[in-house]
Design a protein around this ligand. Structure first.
Ligand code: PMP
Length: 434
């Protein structure tokens, strides 16, 4: 039945299908950390709807909150409702204390990309400038503007008239240092390149409307930005009066062990974009939290029909209740740390792993090829994903040349399941070498 569904999809749907190419699973239902396919096979889900299902599938408290809300109101445009007000208050309340006081929330369309669009439009309007600094390896979405801010070239092929004025600065990707430097120095030097680009009046780029930064590149291959790199960029942004926009679509909502990843960098970004994990269970919603000083918007400046998803607000509030009650962030730090330690141990043992990295529940293994056997890192990563799937573990692939095996487990993953996944990976690595 699974094969039938997959081939039916191939025949009738657009060729732009992405996930089923590498994860041929037809999902029947799911619960907690597990997905069950239509043939009755169960998988441990380390993809969680691309990092959306923060508490795994169908978390009971969130389902109950949504059920209750279904009888009250599902969609309310941007009209005030009690659950919307509570959601806004609680979201702003998740910001660190000093930031809370001077921030506003804007409800965007239902996707992360729409949040990015809103953030950059806000900064353009506030500064009167047009350009955007973003980073090599970045991912910000698939609309015209967000694709313009995204570094990967292949999807842009044949899509003409993307936004002008986008400058891609090197990112502190230490494992493949853009300057071929020693690891310890890499982040600092990358920041220095941008400093030069913005300070040098001979050449460089015109002062932009915003610096758009992921603190851990997700699609780029689970790459945490070095602390000094981020701090210098934040200082540069402040010095040059350029709004710093952090795209926390993937890193936000607890994924890295603090509610927002920027809290681990000692910075106060001007705009924070959140989306994937906001509702805690995959109900679409996207928000930006931004400094009041940027608010030059008139009514209608950034609108969209689906900004009033009251079901998402209800589950988002229930999600925050669970986060507080169960110390979900503590679990992310503890079990995520355990996973990272386990991945590093696997790397120490396996010549196929070039780098094990990540933070919290946002982890990756950058694979290495076997040149003597004519096998590329891309092929090794694909084999790891395929064999893991066969063994009942769903993993994602990303990064340069698709050679990073990515993991986005549920934030409430137990230590036992982390150990189980590591054991599966260990066996998979062995089978891939054979
Ligand atoms: N920004 C980042 C950092 C993301 O990871 C993503 C999605 N992977 C997006 C933006 C775009 O979100 P969406 O797919 O919901 O438009």
């Amino acid at each position: 039945e699974g094969q039938l569904l997959l081939s039916a999809q191939e025949e009738t749907e657009s060729s732009a299908r992405s996930y089923p190419r590498r994860l041929p699973v037809a999902i029947a239902h799911a619960s907690g950390p597990y997905i069950t396919d239509v043939d009755g096979r169960r998988y441990l889900d380390f993809l969680t709807g691309a990092g959306v299902l923060a508490l795994g599938h169908n978390p009971p408290e969130l389902v109950a909150a949504v059920r209750e809300q279904l009888d009250v109101l599902t969609h309310g445009l941007d009209l005030p409702t009690p659950v919307r007000a509570e959601f806004a208050r609680r979201q702003l309340g998740m910001l660190p204390e000093p930031m809370r006081r001077d921030r506003k929330i804007h409800f965007c369309g239902p996707t992360g990309a729409d949040g990015v669009e809103a953030a950059i439009k806000l900064c353009k309007k506030a500064t009167g400038r047009g350009g955007v600094i973003t980073f090599q390896g970045s991912y910000h979405g698939s609309t015209h503007a967000t694709m313009s801010f995204t570094s990967e070239c292949a999807p842009k092929d044949g899509v003409t008239n993307l936004l002008p004025g986008v400058h891609f600065s090197p990112y502190g990707y230490c494992h493949r240092c853009p300057l071929s430097l020693d690891k310890a120095d890499c982040g600092t030097r990358c920041a220095a390149l941008l400093e030069n680009t913005l300070r040098d009046t001979h050449g460089g780029v015109p002062k932009p409307a915003a610096i758009l930064l992921e603190l851990v590149q997700g699609e780029g291959g689970a790459i945490p930005a070095p602390v000094e790199f981020v701090q210098r960029i934040a200082a540069l942004a402040a010095e040059q009066d350029i709004p710093l926009v952090v795209d926390e679509v993937q890193t936000g909502c607890g994924r890295t062990g603090t509610w927002f990843a920027f809290e681990q960098y000692g910075i106060e970004p001007d705009v924070v974009i959140a989306s994937k994990g906001v509702s805690g269970m995959g109900l679409p919603v996207s928000i930006i939290l931004y400094h009041r000083k940027l608010d030059g918007w008139a009514p209608g400046s950034h609108i969209g029909t689906f900004r009033g998803n009251n079901l998402a607000f209800a589950s988002g509030v229930a999600f925050l209740d669970v986060v507080a009650r169960d110390d979900v962030l503590g679990n992310v730090r503890e079990v995520g740390g355990r996973l990272l330690a386990g991945l590093r141990a696997l790397a120490a043992d396996s010549p196929l792993i070039a780098d094990a990295r990540g933070v919290g529940m946002m982890l990756g293994l950058e694979m290495r090829g076997v040149p003597s056997a004519g096998v590329s890192a891309t092929e090794i990563a694909a084999r790891v994903q395929r064999e893991a799937l066969r063994a009942g573990l769903i993993l994602e692939i990303g990064g340069r040349e698709d050679c990073v095996v990515r993991m986005l487990p549920p934030l409430n993953l137990t230590a036992d399941l982390a150990d189980y996944a590591l054991a599966v990976l260990k066996a998979v690595l062995r089978s891939v070498t054979e």
